[in-house]
Ligand binder design. Structure first.
Ligand code: AGP
Length: 604
């Protein structure tokens, strides 16, 4: 994770860039660099390793404040340790092209070998230096064409700023997945930033750039290219308060993140699914298709364990692969039974959970194949696993995971479909799932539209202290997750157990003061679930059902769209998130920072 800022044109660039660096002081970084240029092409460059504040102090003490353009960059080491040699910018061998880069180039190793074969040398261990030498190798005196040639070669997830000493008034930005916005002020200042919040109170309007956008600046006039055709992007007013608050108009980050789910699901599917062709882009499954797995184990903590759990149902029922989910603390004390066709999938939102990392290292010590499914790009788990897939749910601030539960769960379904396609899949079922996946964002919006109704149910539930979450089959991980979310932010007791267990013990526990929340969609288990519903109603106990068609009376009910078994879990999960949120909000709990919990448990 890095941040790039570029500024010109009328104020003291050093003060502005230093302020941006100070605003990011709390973020992840391990080195920073600043480059400024005044109108006489006098330049100054300073960098610091580890302490951004030292760089800021050094720059603040500078007497010469005539610099009016500049770039500030904070680096989070991914390729190459924290050393001055690895700090940006990086220059090409002939020193004429420089580059600042955000995020990663996944195929840099192969490209670096090819460049070395072509007599290029490298002074750093970074992937960034590969890009700038490719620019030199493909340079044809047209910066835009050169950038286009290189973009076709490197593999994604980056924001790149290219400058060329032979064209001092030109600059090229390329954006792919790494956030980047262009902004300007009424004082004719221009900004590029990978962090919109840092521009609060500087810019007056902004342009959110899209994936694959290329921005070509000549003398502060810019053109935006999409697929290398000049295009226009909407210019939006820069709403300082909203961005500064960054919760937008939501009361809590958790609620904002619940409502982001239709978009995060679209984003995680965007580069992996072609709905028109009903196909999956194999290159985004990172070589998963090259192996014939006979055993898959998911390993995670907390909510992410429920993602793995749900994923194993799809791997078993669709791809017909022996799959099971493990909580790290139990798994690390078991024999792993690793074989050449087994795969361990490590799931983590932060990618920094020490418990999950620990088990990952143990599996690697036994030569087990590993795949990371993480949300934070280039986090430790992504870097430690043999291969990785990014969830692309965006930053999740609320401690209680919501979008980082449903979004990776969709990714696990796509992975199951991808592996199933290689193993005699049933085409009609595959196409049915693909069609329903295409509707999933709108289905979730339908559930979100019931938020006020769910809040009215939450108000009734305030009278109770104990809750039972019931489920069957695909709904098992969802009821367990809904119970976890409920406990995590309401601090009330709840537990999830199989509906089939009712007569074996649960009926002794439930009574009129122990409401049941029953996931009862019209799936393969529906008829059996209805009999359990009767058992509860016969005793006049309280029940809230989450279902897609009303056939019985229930004390409370949340209606979800009718769909298929593989899709219902995402909808009952969102309903459960809203129910937990509203109960916790009515209890005035600190929803975004629940007591005794942290967003990322980076210690064992
Ligand atoms: C979920 O709401 C909790 N915040 C917690 O269970 C979390 O899922 C767990 O700590 C794992 O964190 P990770 O996804 O960052 O690895």
């Amino acid at each position: 994770m890095c941040w790039i800022f570029w500024y010109s044109w009328s104020k003291d660039a050093i003060s502005i860039l230093v302020h941006w660096l100070e605003r990011l002081e709390y973020r992840w970084y391990d080195s920073a660099w600043i480059y400024v240029n005044n109108w006489k092409d006098k330049t100054f460059r300073a960098r610091s390793v580890w302490k951004v504040s030292e760089l800021a102090t050094k720059l603040q003490s500078m007497k010469d404040r005539t610099y009016i353009k500049g770039i500030a960059h904070t680096r989070w080491a991914t390729h190459g340790w924290v050393t001055e040699e690895n700090t940006h910018p990086h220059q090409s061998n002939n020193g004429k092209r420089s580059i600042v880069h955000n995020w990663i180039i996944e195929n840099y190793s192969k490209l670096k070998k090819e460049l070395i074969w072509n007599w290029f040398t490298f002074s750093s261990e970074t992937d960034t230096e590969v890009i700038v030498n490719l620019l030199e190798k493909h340079f044809n005196w047209d910066m835009l064409e050169t950038a286009q040639s290189v973009q076709k070669i490197i593999r994604w997830a980056y924001a790149v700023l290219i400058v060329n000493s032979e064209f001092p008034d030109e600059m090229i930005w390329i954006r792919l997945w790494s956030p980047l916005i262009y902004a300007s002020s009424k004082q004719w200042e221009h900004f590029f930033s990978s962090d919109a919040q840092a521009l609060a109170w500087y810019a007056d309007n902004m342009v959110y750039l899209e994936d694959w956008d290329v921005i070509h600046i000549v003398n502060d006039e810019y053109n935006i290219y999409a697929n290398w055709e000049v295009t226009k992007r909407n210019i939006e007013d820069f709403d300082q308060e909203a961005l500064e608050a960054s919760k937008w108009d939501y009361k809590h980050f958790m609620l904002k993140e619940i409502y982001e789910q239709p978009n995060t699901i679209k984003r995680t599917m965007k580069w992996r699914v072609n709905f028109d062709a009903m196909s999956l882009h194999s290159e985004t499954f990172h070589g998963m298709g090259n192996e014939d797995y006979n055993k898959i184990v998911t390993v995670a903590c907390g909510t992410m364990n429920h993602v793995g759990w749900l994923g194993t149902y799809r791997l078993q029922n669709l791809a017909k692969i022996s799959a099971y989910s493990e909580i790290w603390s139990e798994y690390e004390n078991k024999p792993f039974f690793i074989n050449p066709q087994s795969l361990h999938i490590f799931l983590s939102q932060s990618g920094e959970t020490a418990d999950t990392l620990e088990t990952l290292k143990m599996v690697k010590e036994q030569w087990g194949k590993t795949l990371g499914i993480v949300n934070v790009v280039w986090s430790s788990i992504a870097r430690e696993t043999d291969d990785w897939m990014y969830v692309r749910a965006g930053t999740e601030i609320g401690v209680a995971s919501t979008k980082a539960f449903v979004t990776p769960s969709v990714l696990m379904l796509l992975l199951s479909l991808f592996l199933w396609k290689r193993r005699w899949m049933r085409l009609s079922k595959y196409q049915q799932i693909m069609r329903e996946l295409q509707h999933l964002p709108s289905y979730i919006e339908t559930v979100l539209d019931q938020s006020d109704h769910i809040r009215s149910i939450a108000m009734d539930l305030l009278w109770y202290k104990d809750f039972f979450f019931l489920w069957r089959w695909y709904q098992y991980p969802i009821a367990a997750e809904n119970s976890l979310k409920f406990k995590e932010i309401t601090y009330l007791h709840s537990e999830a157990y199989a509906a089939g267990e009712l007569k074996h013990w649960s009926l002794a526990l439930i009574d009129e003061n122990f409401p049941t929340i029953f996931n009862l969609p019209h799936d393969e288990m529906y008829e059996q679930n209805l009999s359990n519903l009767q058992e509860i109603k016969a005793r006049k106990w309280k029940i809230c059902v989450i279902w897609d068609r009303r056939v019985e009376d229930a004390d409370w009910q949340i209606t979800i769209p009718e769909t298929i078994d593989e899709i219902y879990p995402f909808l009952t999960a969102v309903a459960g998130q809203l129910l937990a949120y509203h109960v916790a909000d009515l209890l005035w709990n600190d929803i975004d920072k629940p007591r005794n919990l942290a967003k990322s448990v980076t210690v064992k």
